[in-house]
Design a protein around this ligand. Sequence first.
Ligand code: CTP
Length: 396
Amino acid sequence: MLQGKHIILGITGGIAAYKSVQILRLLRKAGAEVQVVITPAGKEFITPVTLSSLSGKPVISEFFTANTGVWNSHVDLGLWADAMVIAPATASSLAKMANGVADNMLITTYLSAKCQVFAAPAMDLDMYSHPSTQRNLRTLEQDGVILIEPADGYLASGLVGKGRMEEPEQIVKVLAEHMATPRDLEGKKILITAGPTHENIDPVRFIGNYSSGKMGYSLAARCAERGAEVWLVSGPVSRTTPAGNVHRIDVTSAREMHDACVELFPGMDAAIMCAAVADYAPAECADSKIKRESTGEITLRLVPNPDIAAKLGTMKREGQKLIGFALETNNEHAHAIDKLRRKNLDFIVLNSLRNPKAGFGVDTNQVTIISADGEEHDFPAKDKNIVATDIIDVTL
Ligand code: CTP
């Protein structure tokens, strides 16, 4: 997957810089062309002579080459690269990347890069867990950088904990896997609903469900990786927005989710209805907190929520695809087919709550995908990230 690819290897000033030599060797062995860009501090840890000998190219560090006055164009480099990997990425360089502090050749190259950027943080455990570093990492993720998380282990300081740069083999593997991902959804616009909905009873209470949003967020991440532009209409969950071209629209109630989807759907190529939408909402939401003392026993009157998938089913035009989910506890197959027809879906993804490896809150899912023309695909239990790929492969 790396054969003939142009990779920028960014090296910043950390002890783990010695491991960058191994990353460089592995990339070269896999057939990639590698341009090393190193920060001034990086050169304190590893010499440019070693790096240029192994890469077969002069190492770039400064804006100008001192003896010839040749200008090193970060813009050209940014266009040349198929991927950029910054390993090790120190706390300081991550902070500069997150805030656009372009004071060295590596950061200017990062800001000019048009390709996917990967960063492998490496620092002491307290620096890694500091709120400032964590804030910068979240910002970078939102900017589309793929972070290769540090491992737990012995650190140069003698302490043990999280902060040790991931091993070179693993870093190169992440890169190769990314290169292997097809960009077959390029140009497609996809709406995905995810998470639960909360239906308010009063200003502090709601009716909800156990959906964690994991399946919907995995789908959004995989669609974006494959080149799609994604609109993720999300119920209340605490998850970071997946990297890439993902527009997140946060909603609380089924009504709000309905309105957002109805507005967006006409411009979409497909919609995947993954949210666990509450079927009912309280007929009234109290203006102020309901007090036990004064109210005593209460009866909640619930009214049905709009069926979002069914509504989109009535709006669907030629060429649009609509995919729904069915989470069932009994008579699974018949219920799923009934939903497929009732909501005018093209596919329904069935998972059964009877299977402990499927459903809310677990990392795995076991699905059967049924199409409107009666085709069925059965999959064994897998991690939700891989299930997302199966769903995309079959339905989109
Ligand atoms: N769905 C929706 N809007 C709703 C209810 C469900 O868009 N108000 C979507 C879900 O996102 C899912 C599919 O419809 O893709 C089936 O959801 P499910 O809750 O299993 O079906 P319901 O139609 O609510 O039927 P029931 O709860 O009675 O089984």
